[in-house]
Design a protein around this ligand. Structure first.
Ligand code: SAM
Ligand code: SF4
Length: 396
């Protein structure tokens, strides 16, 4: 789906939910580009409380800040075959018991409710490592077969560490997978092993090559830079991505590691990454209107290069939060609905589903939960509380 479409859909969705009264997020200019500073305003003329009684009669996932969730992130497992230090302790975690995990048919049912009753337009599968889920192809195929309220196919996407893609890329494309993001933080094998506690960098590169061969483009690569570990790799990673034709996106490290090692003072910020990139490349901000609800700010690199399409992105969740534009809703592998990565509460859709709730009852609980979504995650505020679950159990 072209980015332009995404931006237009966000604008249209806002307008439909009363966007003319959307107070909008504060902007300022960084590196010549307007930057939206996170917090949405409450819609004018609407009640401010998140109680169900104040919710307008709208079938979609609207909230009191004028946002409309159309992007569903589904975690398919909390397990992983890597142990990235910023995500999981080396010894692993207490995995969710099998009996609590949603079965394939339960995942498909909840996605179907989201698409057919609640206006979900894009479904991204994540984890933990979603390629560890045996039924992934089946779930992707069932999702890709769904149609949105306007008759469009649902966009399906996968965020993965790439291990196993070598064997499964072609089958996933055949099942209808539309987009892929592969995570790779370094091009140095020893560093990869240090960050992930597994000597498997070659497997990730092979996975990337397989997706490329399967024709699934553009391929996005996610990289987290860590102070004193790989913070000197912004430029080499971008050079490599440009050479391979991948779209690189740096993600600021967030406080989601169960070890609690994240430190605001020492994390590598978007400004630092930009400063090192601009020493070697000419970065031109892409049109902010094209960003829509996409988390990454993007820049054309050296005018877009020979193809005109070379870009780099930064997902600055900490220093330039984009909560004001958030269009996400999340389902954990054990069937809990979350309105944000940093949510403090969950809604037990698995329990309802297993107790025999019909589709409209599930949809109604989902709408109620999203109406109460907070304005922002507040990572940069003193009152910030880390979520009870680590990133791998929520779904990144
Ligand atoms: N295992 C898959 C992968 O690594 O792509 C999917 C799940 S992972 C949780 C999704 C994304 O979250 C990855 O790109 C990863 O780098 C990112 N991530 C994990 N922990 C993070 C953290 N504490 N801060 C920022 N990004 C994080
Ligand atoms: Fe696994 Fe992804 Fe977390 Fe790394 S970031 S430990 S690959 S879930």
């Amino acid at each position: 789906m072209p980015v332009r479409d995404a931006a237009e859909r966000v604008t249209a969705a806002r307008a439909a939910v009363g966007g003319a009264g959307y107070a909008g997020a504060v902007s300022h200019v960084v590196h010549g580009k307007p930057v939206v500073l996170g917090m949405p305003g409450v819609r004018r003329g609407t009640p401010r409380t998140g109680t169900p009684a104040d919710r307008p009669d709208d079938p979609r996932l609207v909230d009191r800040f004028g946002r409309v969730a159309t992007d569903l992130r589904v975690s398919l497992t909390d397990r992983c075959n890597l142990r990235c230090s910023y995500c999981m302790p080396a010894e692993g975690l207490d995995w969710i018991e099998d009996s609590r995990l949603l079965a394939d048919h339960e995942v498909i049912r909840l996605i179907t409710v989201g698409v057919e009753r609640l206006g979900i337009e894009e479904v991204r599968f994540t984890g933990g490592e979603p390629l560890l889920r045996k039924g992934l192809e089946r779930i992707v195929a069932a999702t890709a077969a769904l149609r949105t309220g306007t008759g469009r196919p649902v966009v399906t996407a996968l965020t993965t560490n790439g291990l196993g893609l070598e064997r499964r890329a072609a089958g996933l494309v055949e099942a209808g997978l539309g987009r892929v993001n592969v995570s790779l933080d370094t091009l140095d094998r020893a560093r990869f092993t240090r960050i992930t506690h597994r000597d498997r960098m070659e497997g990730v590169l092979a996975g990337l090559a397989a997706v490329d061969a399967a024709g699934l483009r553009p391929i996005k690569v996610n990289a987290v830079l860590l102070r004193g570990v790989n913070d000197d790799e912004a430029v080499p990673l971008l050079r490599w991505a440009l050479r391979e034709g991948y779209q690189l996106r740096f993600i600021e490290q967030m406080p989601l590691d169960p070890q609690g090692a994240w430190d605001r003072a020492s994390m590598v910020t978007a400004d630092e990454i930009l400063a090192s990139l601009t020493e070697h490349f000419t970065l031109t901000p892409t049109d902010p209107a094209r960003r829509g609800a996409a988390p990454a700010e993007t820049w054309l690199v050296d005018g877009g290069g020979p193809s005109g399409t070379a870009t780099v992105g930064i997902v600055a969740s900490v220093t330039r939060p984009f909560c004001g534009d958030c269009d996400r809703t999340r389902l954990t592998a054990d069937g809990q609905l979350r309105d944000c990565l940093f949510a403090r509460t969950e809604t037990d859709l698995r329990g309802m589903l297993r107790d025999g709730a019909d589709d409209e009852t599930l949809a109604s609980a989902w709408r109620t939960a999203m109406w109460a979504k907070r304005a922002g995650h507040g990572i940069d505020e003193e009152s910030f509380l880390r979520p009870d679950r680590p990133m791998s159990a929520i779904g990144g």
